[in-house]
Design a protein around this ligand. Structure first.
Ligand code: ADP
Length: 217
């Protein structure tokens, strides 16, 4: 089962995708995570894309497409994957069509109020990537990851002026893509108007998934 998770920055794509990944045993492919890792390792790719990430701008399509194509051709993606943060532009969606057949697209509709609250309170584990929210999903010990004991940090692009850019990029370039998939009748929308426990949103997502996919998946 090949899935795409769409949603605004702070919409919960990362959190929900990693739950789906655990439940169905398919890899969680998050372009933002891949890029942040490259930047922190200081690789050639990392050096090339750091400026885009810091400004909340999109990395050029050719660069992203190449990274995703390489990742999706790895062995663990053979029986499915969940894409988080890709595609984000029409040329990316067209490139993806050449790489795989997409079964279902989950779209998170999240109010602006929820987004701002989430992004400003978000903390991430430096070691394992687990995501926390100081208000709604705090770690048991301040600054320390419950899962692996790693150090929690705030993302560079979770600052207000960068958040504004990221939201604009989403509205202008990524949201129109939903229509591209809607024409194929594979879009399922999940509406989150106010802050809800993760488990509650997951129930909505699982029921959307399970009612849309063939029984053996
Ligand atoms: P969010 O959706 O919360 O803004 P991500 O972690 O998905 O964050 O992405 C962080 C940054 O990585 C983006 O602002 C952008 O610079 C870059 N990026 C990630 N995925 C893509 C993509 N598919 N195309 C272009 N840039 C991307």
């Amino acid at each position: 089962m090949n899935l795409i998770m769409f949603g605004p920055p702070g919409g919960g794509k990362g959190t929900y995708s990693s739950r789906i990944s655990e439940r169905y045993g398919i890899p969680h492919v998050a372009t933002g995570d891949i890029f942040r890792r490259e930047v922190s390792e200081g690789s050639d790719l990392g050096k090339k894309i750091k400026g885009y990430l810091d400004r909340g701008e999109l990395v050029p399509d050719e660069v992203v497409n190449e990274v995703v194509e390489r990742r999706l051709s790895e062995e663990d993606c053979r029986d499915g994957f969940i894409l988080d943060g890709y595609p984000r532009t029409l040329p990316q969606a067209e490139a993806l069509d050449e790489m795989a057949k997409i079964d279902l697209v989950i779209v998170l509709e999240v109010s602006e109020e929820v987004i701002i609250n989430r992004l400003s309170n978000r903390r991430i584990c430096r070691r394992c990537g687990e995501i926390y929210n100081l208000r709604s999903m705090p770690p048991k010990r301040e600054g320390v990851c419950d899962k692996c004991g790693g150090e929690l940090y705030q993302r560079e692009d979770d600052r207000p002026e960068v958040i504004r850019n990221r939201l604009e990029e989403y509205r202008e370039r990524t949201q129109p893509l939903i229509e591209f998939y809607r024409r194929r009748n594979i879009v399922r929308e999940i509406v989150v108007r106010e802050e809800k426990p993760v488990d509650e949103v997951m129930r909505m997502i699982y029921s959307a998934l399970e009612s849309s996919l063939p029984a053996e998946v």
